[in-house]
Design a protein around this ligand. Structure first.
Ligand code: 5GP
Ligand code: ZN
Length: 113
């Protein structure tokens, strides 16, 4: 399988990691769209949210929990942040391994310009 984020998970492609636990990994986005822009992934390869099964919801919950912790670590818990998952063509998803964008560190403005 040729998956960019699996390769990052396996250390075949370098990344600036900021968080890791048994099930979740997080690292800086290579092209940050905000002062804080972290990508949070389940270590398990799931291509897209539409592919998540009944057995995956606890894992997705762990991703959200990690997001809360990372926001705390980056000091943006009170100023606020946005957690975005792109799913499928209309969203612009380009990497087909579930990931959440954690964006913050500035006023992000409206969701859709
Ligand atoms: P998507 O549009 O699929 O939700 O977002 C994929 C994200 O992955 C983009 O924000 C892009 O900048 C980021 N990205 C693409 N290639 C790499 C890479 O090699 N390393 C890291 N850290 N991020 C990447
Ligand atoms: Zn993958």
């Amino acid at each position: 399988m040729d998956c960019l984020f699996c390769k990052i998970r396996d250390g075949q492609i370098p990344s600036k990691q900021v968080y890791e636990d048994e099930q979740v990994l997080a690292f800086h986005d290579i092209q940050p769209a905000a002062p804080v822009h972290i990508l949070i992934i389940p270590k398990k390869h799931i291509a897209s949210m539409k592919d998540a099964g009944e057995e995956d919801w606890a894992l997705i919950g762990s991703v959200h929990k990690a997001a809360q912790q990372i926001a705390r670590d980056f000091g943006i818990e009170e100023s606020g942040y946005r957690l975005i998952n792109n799913c499928g063509p209309d969203s612009g998803q380009v990497v087909f391994h579930i990931h959440y964008h954690l964006l913050g560190g500035t006023n992000l403005g409206p969701l859709v310009a």
